[in-house]
Design a protein around this ligand. Structure first.
Ligand code: ATP
Length: 521
């Protein structure tokens, strides 16, 4: 069967998202947490295939940071940290989201998200007008159209004015002003349809718990809301023991916890999630060039996975976080639209300087070239592992109709990330074929996760592997017993070829090898 005879079903938006969610449960990628008790809101467990995919994404990120950069090393800090850490980092005072309730539906929203979504809708209207005009006019001058068409100009004015008010309100933490924007934009609740809103209140996202067994002597500590602070408090330990010279980076992957107000988008926004963060310590004054460097490097990392370059875009922050002098997101086109996947932040000396202040310990670097000590500046890259997982999975999920009219669901996951790399099938469950299949399995299993399946017709076995994204299916038949060859079928094209068993390891390695992707970075 040729690839051109495969018809891909056009799926997008809600339909795609719904199917991805149910598929990931049905095929062992993601389960609701403690499902037998009806689950726990915004908490999920990774199943047998999900944890492999997640591990592979983590490994690809880790290698791109720690293996490829001699001046980046990794650490694994504890989730619990001294409570003063979070005072110094600003999280106790400023890590909160503005929430608002609709009085009729009782549904809770993030006030800033309501405004952002309303603005995104206006932006969509502009893009629609532009696209319509592009089709209508030959030699279409887009810049001219955007600056002169009365409707587009009106929409743009609304966006600019709202953004300016939005920024002022956020900067001043003025909750009444935020509410007024929601009222003025006539935003309605998606459930009740009413505009009957409560006041906007600030809500701290950190989970607190008690350390110590005796209530009176126990002290409040937090589950870390980001992994970055574990890196900052270890800055001098790593610099000294690793004899690191600026510029250098510290990478870390691990769990983070946020009591998110609105957590409705599957693993996009969870209360327990995993981050992959890298803090790059630099000389003050060089932050602009390093910020640009890491923006480019991170976009290249994404592009190398082949999820489609038009599915990514940069989005500059209009409101900078309390620690940043420049910040942007790498957004990905999820089934529910372009949303933040990764953040790149120029954090200045905010964190180290504040830890110096609160701990009374010097957190400075002596720069031998300048012959002076200073608190380094930091550029951070911070990506959510679960969001990356969702990006890969939703991009991979494809429903197809084949030439013979049959249908399949295939996960076109980049082969380096696929949970299972090869499935080995004895054609029949007799005549010594299962034993021969085991031999093939033994040949491959030390390097890759492989499965050997004897049950069901071969077509069914193919479908099961397509559904979890296995790039190769290898069939052992009677001819194998005679000449030690097998057929190998490639997942996406479904093309089959006959190859010698002795060539299998190289063929598979050639396609699933991380090295060849890393070499492109
Ligand atoms: P958002 O605006 O979506 O709440 P954020 O700007 O607060 O995200 P950061 O603090 O910059 O996010 O965290 C870095 C990365 O961690 C994000 O780009 C995202 O991929 C991931 N992340 C943050 N919060 C969550 C969450 N609740 N669930 C899953 N991933 C998350």
């Amino acid at each position: 069967m040729s690839e051109t005879s495969i018809k891909t079903k056009a799926l997008s938006g809600e339909d795609l998202f719904k199917n991805v969610i149910s598929h990931s449960k049905e095929y062992g990628f993601i389960f609701p947490s403690s499902e037998i008790y009806d689950g726990l809101s915004a908490v999920y467990d990774y199943g047998q295939n999900g944890m492999e995919l997640k591990k592979n994404i983590r490994e690809y990120w880790w290698k791109s940071m720690v293996l490829l950069n001699e001046n980046i090393v990794g650490i694994d800090a504890a989730i619990f940290m001294h409570p003063t850490t979070w005072k110094a980092s600003g999280h106790v005072d400023a890590f909160s989201d503005p929430l608002i309730d609709n009085k009729d539906s009782k549904k809770r929203y993030r006030a800033d998200v309501l405004i952002e979504n309303a603005m995104a809708k206006v932006e969509e209207k502009i893009e629609k007008e532009v696209e319509k005009a592009r089709k209508r006019f030959e030699n279409f001058d887009e810049a001219m159209y955007r600056s002169t068409n009365p409707r587009v100009v009106e929409y743009q004015k609304k966006i600019d004015e709202t953004n300016a008010r939005f920024k002022t309100a956020l900067d001043a933490a003025d909750m009444d002003a935020l509410r007024q924007i929601i009222v003025d934009l006539e935003i309605a609740c998606e459930v009740s349809g009413s505009r009957n809103w409560t006041d906007v209140r600030q809500f701290n996202l950190m989970f607190a718990t008690q350390l110590g067994s005796v209530a009176e002597s126990a002290s409040t500590i937090y589950l870390r809301p980001e992994t970055a602070q574990g890196i900052f408090v270890n800055f001098l330990n790593v610099q000294k023991t690793g004899r690191m010279k600026i510029p250098f980076g510290i990478a870390q992957t691990g769990k983070a916890f946020r009591n998110e107000i609105v957590a409705r988008q599957f693993i996009f926004r969870m209360r327990e999630f995993e981050q992959m963060e890298m803090q790059f310590f630099i000389r003050p004054g060089t932050q602009k060039e390093w910020y640009e460097h890491w923006k480019t490097a991170r976009m290249k990392w994404h592009a190398s996975l082949g999820l489609g370059e038009s599915n990514y875009r940069f989005h500059d922050h209009i409101k900078l976080a309390h620690y940043a002098d420049a910040a942007c997101d790498i957004e990905f086109k999820f089934p529910f639209g372009f949303k933040e996947l990764e953040g790149i932040h120029s954090r200045t000396d905010f964190d180290l300087a504040n830890h110096e202040k609160h701990s009374g310990k010097k957190l400075q670097y002596f720069d031998p070239e300048l012959n002076e000590s200073y608190v380094p500046y930091v550029v951070e890259t911070s990506i959510g592992l679960d969001r990356m997982f969702l990006a890969v999975l939703s991009n991979a999920y494809t429903e197809e109709t084949l030439e013979d009219g049959s249908e399949r669901v295939v996960l076109r996951i980049p082969p380096v990330l696929a949970p299972v790399k090869a499935a080995i099938f004895p054609l029949l469950n007799k005549d010594g074929l299962p034993e021969k299949a085991r031999e093939v399995m033994d040949l491959l299993k030390y390097d890759h996760i492989c499965v050997c399946e004897e049950k069901d017709a071969i077509g069914k076995r193919y479908r099961r592997q397509d559904a979890i994204g296995t790039p190769y299916c290898i069939t052992v038949d009677h001819q194998t017993l005679e000449d030690n060859t097998v057929t190998i079928r490639e997942r996406d094209s479904m093309k089959q070829e006959r190859v010698a068993i002795s060539a299998l390891a190289d063929i598979i390695e050639g396609r699933v090898n991380m090295k060849s992707l890393l070499q492109k970075l």
